[in-house]
Design a protein. Structure first.
Length: 257
């Protein structure tokens, strides 16, 4: 199975880095082969048939050799660009910039668990985040589950404490309630990034405050997320937090329909 389209011309690393620095986002537009996207959507549909239309996250989707996402991570040009971007981010990493985590995030149905996933603003714990849209509903501007982000909102920092404080501020219920109101009043309209299956999106995960917009009830939204490079090399507190988060998501996956 071919991952990238035959006629797709891979971008120069310098161009990608410049866009990340100046715009906060780099998009490889219409890069992925239709067969590859179809295989990813087939994986999602299989999971929905098994789990029902609800919210769930499947971790480590790139580990299974039969997964199309495993093929994606084997693309040498893509991995070379990832290494270049991380290496020029300004963050020193003796151990390199490995894949820290990856997951397939599915939001479907009209249940409260799906509704609750909208506008959960956060900063990632990775230097670079790659987002691969698999299914994106085509509804209105504010109910299609698009990405909303303040890109390059903060600098990279070596302070674990500062990172935890900033995360706790933006990930509490009061902040989310305020942003729900702000979105409804159009204050985030200029920060919406329309997502299209077939394209890949890169942003500085650690630096960018982001979330997904709501999905209209009955819609299906699926995105694959890949996290590269750790800004804080000895950040044991964040690693424990990630383990706790992954266990929480695994429990959701285990819940009956």
């Amino acid at each position: 199975m071919q991952v990238f389209k035959k006629n797709y011309s891979f971008p120069k690393h310098e161009t990608a880095f410049d866009q990340l620095q100046t715009k906060g986002l780099f998009c490889m537009q219409d890069a992925l082969d239709d067969e590859f996207i179809g295989a990813c959507q087939g994986l999602v549909n299989g999971a929905l048939n098994q789990r029902g239309e609800r919210y769930f996250t499947i971790p480590d989707i790139a580990q299974d050799s039969a997964s199309p996402f495993n093929r994606l991570m084997q693309q040498s040009e893509l991995m070379a660009m990832k290494d270049y971007l991380c290496a020029h981010s300004g963050v020193d990493a003796d151990a390199g910039y490995p894949l820290l985590g990856n997951n397939l995030r599915v939001i479907a149905g009209a249940g409260e668990d799906a509704k609750a996933q909208a506008l959960k603003f956060h900063y990632d714990s990775s230097i670079l985040t790659m987002l691969v849209p698999v299914m994106i509903p085509k509804n209105g501007q504010f109910d299609s589950g698009d990405l909303v982000a303040k890109l390059n909102d903060r600098p990279f920092s070596s302070s674990t404490l500062l990172n935890l404080v900033q995360k706790s501020v933006v990930q509490n219920g009061l902040y989310r309630k305020k942003q729900l109101q702000a979105v409804s009043e159009g204050e985030w309209a200029d920060n919406i990034i329309r997502l299209e299956p077939g394209s890949l999106y890169f942003f500085w995960g650690y630096r960018s405050l982001h979330a997904n917009l709501p999905c209209r009830p009955g819609s299906k939204r699926a995105t694959a997320l890949f996290f590269f490079g750790r800004p804080q090399q000895n950040d044991w507190a964040m690693r424990m937090r990630e383990v706790w988060r992954d266990r929480k998501e695994a429990k959701i996956l285990e819940q009956p329909q």
